[in-house]
Design a protein around this ligand. Structure first.
Ligand code: 13P
Ligand code: SF4
Length: 341
């Protein structure tokens, strides 16, 4: 074996031998060495979301993290090329922050059900319905929708972003469940458009977008798992329904969930989120017992493979573009968010 590949294989094995079969590690170590060489040649940085599959996650990204952490890294990079191992709205955010750099998304199919749930016309019509109400958009939206908003947020800072706004009425788009969870945490009532408002009431006006992964978890799932593992610590992403987050022990962004497992001791952990992250956490915490509930997977994140990442660097694809007028308006909302936390 080429010595460089051997070093990579040993490094991956040290982290992943209990999670990824050896035959896959050998194959992916070769790919990783090729990707990392091209990355250097092209002066590229690879950003990897926490949902990336374990072999990719532990071999090629320069930085891994949740949407907020990766937006910050994208804002700070001095590399010429950013390869985003995540989904389109994340790569667009990197482009919004780096107009002169090349941003590549390894798969053309890496969308998001939340980003697809709302259009610019929807936002404009909500502004007409609620004049003067600030618009907060979740980063899980496309650039044109971000451009219509006052400030963005991620699941990692949504509460701080909402609390930074003084208005009684705030429009919060497009995730209905994240909106309900944030309303609960900020002492506001959550309403869908058209519901009657009471005078002087603090409300969050939401939208009917849903994450096709997190909407599938139910309280019944939690009850069933707890009957088998009574002391299990259950962590739910805030894109889960308020009933599910309410029945869980912890709710937070993917980065916050990783930190929770790292810093606590429980007999078992169950993550109500994309299943690959459970593998990544299990690899980092071999002494902890991670239960996996892998019946739902994100079909978008799962399109990002190491083979496609190699081809992205080889063939300069798929280039993410945002029209300059849209980018400038979206940048205001994204930078305002980064300024808050
Ligand atoms: P995080 O910001 O928590 O990483 O979430 C991104 C996402 O798409 C969750 O489904
Ligand atoms: Fe979008 Fe849900 Fe996939 Fe995250 S897990 S990228 S919110 S569809």
């Amino acid at each position: 074996m080429n010595p460089e590949i051997n070093v990579m294989y040993e490094k991956m094995k040290a982290r992943l031998e209990k999670v990824v079969p050896d035959v896959e590690l050998r194959y992916k170590a070769e790919l990783a060495v090729e990707i990392n060489a091209l990355k250097k040649e092209k002066n590229a940085v690879i950003l990897g979301h926490n949902y990336m599959e374990p072999a990719l996650y532990y071999s090629i990204p320069d930085f891994v993290g949740d949407s907020l952490e990766l937006s910050r890294k994208a804002a700070q990079t001095d590399k010429d090329v950013i390869v985003f191992c995540g989904v389109k709205f994340m790569a667009e955010t990197a482009k919004i922050l780096n107009p002169t750099k090349t941003v590549l998304l390894p798969s053309e199919r890496a969308g998001c059900s939340l980003a697809a749930s709302i259009t610019t016309e929807d936002v404009r019509s909500l502004r007409e319905q609620y004049p003067g109400a600030p618009v907060v958009t979740y980063v899980n939206t496309y650039a044109d929708v971000k451009a219509e908003s006052d400030i963005c947020c991620t699941s990692g800072n949504a509460v701080e972003v909402v609390n930074s706004l003084k208005s009684d009425t705030i429009i919060f788009l497009p995730d209905e469940y994240l909106g309900s969870n944030v309303a609960h945490e900020t002492g506001r009532r959550f309403l869908l458009p058209g519901a009657p408002l009471s005078a002087n009431e603090k409300v969050l006006i939401g939208w009917r977008g849903r994450c096709e992964v997190h909407e599938k978890f139910t309280v019944q799932d939690i009850t069933t798992v707890r009957s088998q593992f009574p002391d299990v610590a259950i962590l739910a992403h805030p894109e889960c329904s308020p009933e599910v987050t309410g029945a869980s022990d912890f709710s937070g962004s993917t980065g916050a969930m990783i930190k929770y497992v790292r810093e606590t001791i429980a007999p078992q952990y169950l993550l109500l989120t994309e299943c690959s992250m459970g593998d990544n956490i299990a690899a980092e915490n071999p002494e902890k017992d991670m239960l996996r509930l892998c019946m739902v997977r994100c079909p978008h994140m799962n399109t990002i493979t190491m083979e496609d990442t190699l081809n992205a660097l080889k063939y300069n694809r798929y280039v993410v573009e945002v029209p300059e007028d849209v980018r400038l308006r979206a940048e205001r909302a994204v930078r305002r968010m980064i300024g808050i936390g």
